[in-house]
Design a protein around this ligand. Structure first.
Ligand code: FAD
Length: 474
């Protein structure tokens, strides 16, 4: 007898799979429908350059997975996932062979910040001590009541000033650049409200759990999720692009691992003009241009700290990073872009043949850009690691426009499922009390466009699954 479907999940990114696991774990018959030939969305690994060189196509560094209540309860090691955590969470080279870095405890990092040691301890110390209370609230919808209001209030007060103002607490290039690199993950000008809070959150997570990569590649996380889904009875179908909600198999509930724009397209006339307008108000952020390189050896960073970390923020001083983000948000392609670089081989020798390395790097670009920034990214790395370009054996480049072709969730190349503005941090995707519900009864959004936003943590999927289960229980 054919099994009837209780829940359909469209899209098998980390959030779609997290939602499906929670629904199937609650006893529902779940079917995940994925358009691409392989599951995983932004969490896949492939030989993009040469045989034996395994590159993370999208996500590579997983502090959010390490901090995520969803992944913690899943017990990743029992599912064959090893998080390889470098001693230095992230580093940022500065001119003159110097670098700034975040490693281990607040005291250890403060020790590398000279005259700013005290200011760093005062800013990060209390937050890191309370990280176990604060992080679960940051990885939940911010419009729900925090579990630990006092700890959360301290975090909000500390992170209220934009990164440009927070940086004024510091006197050294090192401390200011460290903050800039963490805050620039938002893709916003560093004068924007919210950039301070995001910067502090990434630094707090780095002290609390580190910035690991997944041994063997990010796809191992998705292998674990699909194995868990099968174990709880869920089904996964790949190679099936959903064009309309009307084409879905009948089900009691539907969860969409899609952004608001795609939801509006798939829903078609089921949405009123007013409901459609509400979705159209959702704002996407800048795009990224990404380069993957096969290297004949490790990157010859001048600064030792950059050789010992998996993540290098490349862009120089606070002012240079800030200028790069301002340019991108004004529609310009920076000549000297701020680049996010991962070198997983520092802690995971399985990524490339013996002695060789992979390098993952991207910079922010205006939305929809088809400009190839590889030469500018490589020039920035060469600036701090002379001789680097001589090591390049092969490269693969994806512009922002390519990103969207690869995965329609990356609208204009925006890898975070929507701009990280203050409004959208608090009220993404639309200002409903329950952020996962849509205007269509029984239809939920579960992608990174919902709280808590972009990154591989599965918490958007977990939140949407809880909302769907609550509705079904009524
Ligand atoms: C270059 C890059 C670097 C990144 N780096 C990091 C990082 O280091 N660390 C980190 O934590 N995060 C990183 N991210 C972000 C992270 O990958 C995403 O936030 C995360 O994957 C979002 O998960 P999701 O499940 O919401 O959506 P996605 O992972 O985007 O999954 C959506 C899925 O839905 C499918 N789909 C879309 N439309 C349809 C349709 N009509 N029918 C059927 N299927 C459909 C897609 O094929 C896709 O598989 C990065 C992303 C990119 C692109």
């Amino acid at each position: 007898m054919t099994r009837t479907t209780d829940a359909v999940v469209v899209g098998s990114g980390p959030n779609g799979l997290a939602a499906a696991i929670m629904l199937a774990g609650a006893g529902l018959a779940v079917r995940v429908i994925e358009g691409a030939e392989t599951p995983g969305g932004g969490c896949r690994t492939a030989e993009l350059t040469l045989p034996g060189f395994r590159h993370d196509i999208c996500s590579a560094v997983h502090p959010l997975a390490a901090a995520s209540p969803f992944f913690t309860q899943l017990d990743l090691p029992s599912l064959g996932v090893t998080l390889a955590t470098p001693k230095i969470a992230f580093a940022q080279p500065l001119d003159g062979g110097r670098a700034t870095w975040l490693a281990g405890s607040v005291d250890e990092t403060a020790g590398g910040l000279g005259a700013d040691a005290g200011a760093y301890r005062r800013l990060l110390g209390p937050l890191v001590r309370q990280a176990p209370l604060i992080l679960p609230d940051l990885l939940a919808p911010l419009r729900s009541l925090p579990g630990h209001p006092l700890a959360m209030a301290r975090f909000v007060l500390s992170g209220l000033p934009p990164a440009s103002l927070l940086a004024k607490r510091f006197r050294t290039d090192e401390a200011r650049a460290l903050l800039a690199g963490a805050a620039a993950h938002t893709m916003l000008p560093l004068t924007a409200v919210g950039t301070g809070a995001f910067g502090l959150m990434f630094m707090m997570i780095a002290h609390a759990v580190g910035w690991p990569v997944v041994e063997g590649g990010s796809a191992r996380l998705v292998d674990a999720l699909t194995a868990e889904l099968a174990a709880v009875g869920g089904e996964l179908e790949t190679g099936h692009w959903v064009r309309s909600l009307a084409d879905l198999p009948p089900a009691r509930t539907v969860l969409l691992d899609l952004t608001p724009r795609q939801f509006a397209e798939l829903a078609g006339p089921a949405l009123s003009a007013r409901q459609r307008r509400s979705l159209e108000r959702f704002r996407y952020g800048p795009g990224v241009c990404k380069v993957d390189l096969a290297l004949s050896g490790p990157v010859p960073w001048q600064a030792a700290a950059c050789r010992e970390t998996g993540t290098v923020h490349v862009g120089g001083s606070f002012d240079e990073v800030a200028r790069s983000e301002t340019d991108v948000n004004a529609g310009r392609h920076p000549d000297r872009p701020f680049c996010l670089v991962a070198q997983p081989g520092v802690v995971d020798p399985t990524r490339a043949p013996a002695g060789k390395h992979t390098l993952w790097g991207y910079c922010h670009v205006p939305p929809g850009s088809s400009v190839d920034m590889a030469a500018r990214i490589e020039a920035q790395i060469e600036r701090f690691a002379p001789g680097f370009t001589d090591l390049i054996m092969a490269r693969s480049v994806r512009t922002a426009a390519d990103m969207e072709r690869y995965n329609p969730n990356y609208v204009g190349g925006d890898i975070n499922g929507g701009a990280a503005t203050l409004r959208q941090t608090l009220l993404r995707p639309t200002p409903r009390w329950n952020p996962y519900r849509t205007a269509l009864p029984g239809v939920f959004l579960c992608s990174a466009s919902t709280p808590p936003g972009g990154g591989v943590h599965g918490m958007c999927g977990a939140g949407a699954a809880r909302a769907a289960l609550a509705d079904l229980a009524r």
